[in-house]
Design a protein around this ligand. Sequence first.
Ligand code: AMP
Ligand code: ZN
Length: 118
Amino acid sequence: MDGCIFCKIASGELPAAKVYEDERVLAFEDLNPQMPVHTLVIPKKHYSTIADGIPDDEMGHLFNTAVRVAEAKGLVGPGFRLTVNTGADAQQTVHHIHVHVCGGAPMNSGSPKQSAPQ
Ligand code: AMP
Ligand code: ZN
């Protein structure tokens, strides 16, 4: 989608620190990490929000990829959080679905933005 920064990252037009990529999804490091591990996983196809009717197989692949990223980062034992901020009240700032994979330290309750290590 024109003007979407995550579409530009998915197409290679904008740089990112890529962690994993296949034909449907891309995982890359968050530019402004809120936790020791803070990676984003996006579908390459543009959907503004998780409520936009993403097909079951794409949803499954997106979240399985997020879990594999957590595994690769060593987060399965200590624990991790997957977050999808959706809409204004959730403070979604980039309107292209992205799953935050966060961990590496104990968290407060709430969203990743409120979950800096104690
Ligand atoms: P959200 O508030 O859920 O929409 O989260 C958007 C996330 O995207 C924030 O954590 C930003 O730090 C991150 N972000 C924005 N632009 C970039 C970028 N160019 N590369 C990597 N992460 C980004
Ligand atoms: Zn997009």
